[in-house]
Structures are given as C-alpha cells and as structure tokens.
Design a protein around this ligand. Structure first.
Ligand SMILES: Cc1ncc(COP(=O)(O)O)c(C=O)c1O
Length: 417
C-alpha cells in the first residue's frame, strides 16, 4: 500500500507538480479535497483581473467593448481546445450551466418534431432533473426518469435500450454522476441513442478539467458544463455549451437575444440569426468572468488534459487503496467504480455518520471534503492544485478522526453543504 514516502515520491515524479505553486494556498496545512466543488484561485487570475480593472475597464470605459465583444467565442474555443477535444467554432462560454442546459434541451427536442418522450436518470444533478420536469410540463411531453441507483449509477446499454424507441426526442445524463463519481461511456451511449434517432445532451460539470473528453471524436451532439470546479475559474464564473458543427444549422436555441443577431449594431426590427456559434449567444458576456476562465484554461492547456486525467486516475487509485486499508474497516463503503476508466477526479464513500464527520473534519482537522445527503463524503484530487501527499494526509486524518469518535458531538447546522 502507498506509504507517505510513496506519496512524496509520486509528487517528486509528477510532471504537473510545478502547477501547484501557481495557485493561492493560504494555509499549507489544509488538505483541500473539494476541488470538484470549487477549484482554488490561480495566481495569474489576480493579475489578469486587476489588470483588466485598471487598464481595461477604467482606462477604456465603453471603447473597451471593441476588444471584449467576441470573447464568448474566443474563450469558448479555448475551453474546447484545452478540455473538450473540440475544434474551433463549437463552444461558447456564457451564462450558467442551468441556462445552457435548458436551452440545449429545448433545441434538441424542437429538432425532433412529433417525438413526445424525453429521458434522464434519477442520479442526474438536481438542476438537470428539475429543468427536465419543467420542460415536460411546458411542452406536454412524457419524462422518463431511469432509476439507476444500483451499479454505481452507471448507465449501461442493457439498462438504457429498453427505454429507447422512435418516440424519444432527447436523452440526457451527466458525464460523471455527481454523487457516485461514475464516469459514463459517452461514445457508446451517444451511438446507442443516435441509432434510435434521438439526440443526447451531456452535462460534463464534474468531468471537464479532470477527464480527457473527446467531443468531436465521440460524435457528441450537445454538451454543457461549468468552469468553477476542476477548471478553477471562480465561483459563478460563466459556463459553456458545445454544439456540434453538423447540428448548428438545424438547432434553434430559445431566447433570441441581440448578440445572436446578424449585423448586431444595425439594431434591425426583425431577428435574423447570424451563422456560427455567435448565433447561439443571448447577450452581453461577463468580461471579468471570461478573463478568469481565460487565465485558468490557458494553464490547463499548458498542462495538457491527458496529463491531468492521468493524475486524476492515479490519485483516485491511491484513494481507493487507502480506503481499503484504513476506511473500510471503520464502517465506510466505497460507492465509486473501482475501474479507473469509469471514474474521474473524485471518489465517494458512505458512512452512517458522514454529515458529522465531514463537518468535523472541516472545523477541527483542516481537511475539506464535500458532503452530500444523506451519507456521502466526496473526496477529490484536482490534478493541477492538489498534491498526492495532500490526499494522503487527508485520508490519514479522516481515518484518525473517525477512529477517535470525536465527531459525535459536532453540530451539522450549516446553510451550504
Ligand atoms: C452536474 C451539474 N450540473 C449543473 C450544475 C449547476 O450549475 P449552475 O449553478 O452553474 O447552473 C452543477 C453545479 O454544481 C452540477 O454539478
């Protein structure tokens, strides 16, 4: 099993080790294992945003728009290149994941007229399930929610096939299930759905920046995701949407805003959609948000997503070894698949007292994991910012704290979990 010296040796040999110093780490003793929820702040972003405030907004005021007006597209291309395996002209950085998800789903459904069934799974992220419920009500469609809580929430062809027929317009899943950490087989599921004539919208929020996604190669239709988890672009930073070039001419995204208008500044009386990705943008982008994305994704591009996903895989292997050795005997169970091909950067463990343990680790042990109702603790390696020894120390503290029983007096009242 991996000793602390082994973890240090992994760090010494890690081609990404130098990137840790590019992040603000206020307390080196903290084991920050929650980069799958909110990534750390890159130092470069402080400079980029400060520079924008002083030399951009303050100095140029409204004239600055000449430099900023196309940034949703240029930053989208960077996201696509650095993390999605997407050629230029298919990604926009904008709005929130929820808004992009709604618009992508509506456009996919409209592109399959006459079909009345839409499909998701119970394990999908709440915002996706709620939005699908709303769309079903709005359009009078039948929403089928697959119960897949067994088998680590994996969607297999055997599970999905019985639900597919020529009434299905849209199928949507998360690339990585937020609770279990299971990584779906995107190309296989996409092909299966295509064979039945429907489209797939993928939510890659928990995969982008941790997994080597290949949207073009996998024939993905539509994918959405955030930039604030493994991609370190800051709380509430703009999200993104990938729209395959082959589908762009046939998709009508709802909300026709002025940024999608051909000859935008002629301010014409009728909406006329411009070709290309710009035709899917609604409105004025958050320039500070886009600059934060630009600085973080430039770092990801330098590091290379193949190196990042290899470290996520090695780091989660180490977590599972430590789990088997230390945590299983203490009443924890592992939820995430053991196959490294079927997971990303986080693993999920269950314990009946997970709420108190997770809270107590934060308050008393300087370990920051992530807690999900009712009994899950999620632990992540964010490959650019997290060291192997940080993970190792975090697991040792989880073991010792659980063994001590000190968590039993911890109150779990907190607004955000
Ligand atoms: C898988 C997934 N989808 C969607 C969202 C919601 O993102 P937003 O608040 O940017 O709409 C989240 C947020 O954590 C998420 O994890």
């Amino acid at each position: 099993m991996t000793s602390r010296a082994d973890a240090l040796a992994l760090d010494a040999a890690d081609p990404l080790a130098g990137f840790r110093d590019k992040f603000v780490i206020t307390d080196p003793d903290t084991c920050y294992l929650d980069g799958n929820s909110l990534g750390r702040l890159p130092k470069a972003t402080i400079e980029t945003v400060n520079d924008f405030l002083i030399n951009g907004w303050a100095a140029k005021v409204v004239d600055g728009w000449a430099d900023w007006i196309d940034m949703a597209e240029s930053v989208g291309d960077l996201i696509g290149r650095a993390t999605l395996g997407a050629a230029a002209g298919q990604v926009l950085a904008m709005d929130t994941t929820s808004v992009n998800f709604y618009r992508a789903c509506r456009a996919a459904i409209t592109a399959r007229p006459g079909r009345k069934t839409i499909i998701t799974d119970e394990a999908n992220f709440p915002t996706d399930r709620y939005i699908m419920q709303g769309i079903a009500d709005e359009l009078g469609l039948t929403l089928v929610t697959i119960q897949n809580e067994l088998d680590a929430e994996l969607i297999t062809p055997e599970l999905l096939t019985p639900y597919l027929n020529d009434d299905v317009a849209l199928v949507t899943f998360s690339v990585i299930a937020y609770r279990s950490g299971a990584l779906q087989d995107v190309p296989t599921i996409t092909k299966l759905v295509h064979d039945h004539g429907a489209l797939v919208v993928w939510d890659a929020s928990h995969a982008v920046g941790a997994v080597d996604l290949r949207c073009d190669e996998w024939n993905v239709d539509l994918m959405v995701g955030c930039t604030y988890k493994y991609c370190n672009s800051g709380p509430g930073s703009p999200a993104w949407v990938y729209i395959a070039k082959r589908l762009q001419p046939e998709l009508d995204f709802p909300i026709h805003g002025w940024f999608a208008q051909r000859n935008q500044f002629e301010m014409g009386s009728q909406f006329e959609q411009i070709d290309g990705m710009r035709g899917f943008q609604i409105a004025s982008p958050s320039i500070i948000g886009l600059l934060s994305i630009e600085s973080a994704f430039t770092m990801i591009e330098d590091a290379r997503i193949s190196n990042i996903s290899a470290k996520a895989s090695r780091g989660t292997d180490m977590m599972i070894e430590l789990f088997d050795e230390w945590l299983a005997p203490l009443g924890y169970t592992l939820v995430t698949p053991r196959d490294a091909q079927r997971r990303g950067g986080h693993i999920t463990i269950h314990h009946p007292d997970a709420a108190q343990i997770a809270r107590g680790l934060r308050i008393h042990k300087n370990v920051i994991p992530d807690y999900r109702e009712p009994s899950s603790i999620r632990v992540a390696i964010s490959p650019l910012a997290t060291s192997y020894v940080e993970v190792w120390d975090g697991f040792e503290r989880i073991r010792d704290y659980t063994m001590s029983g000190e968590y039993k007096t911890v109150s779990t009242d907190s607004k955000v979990t």
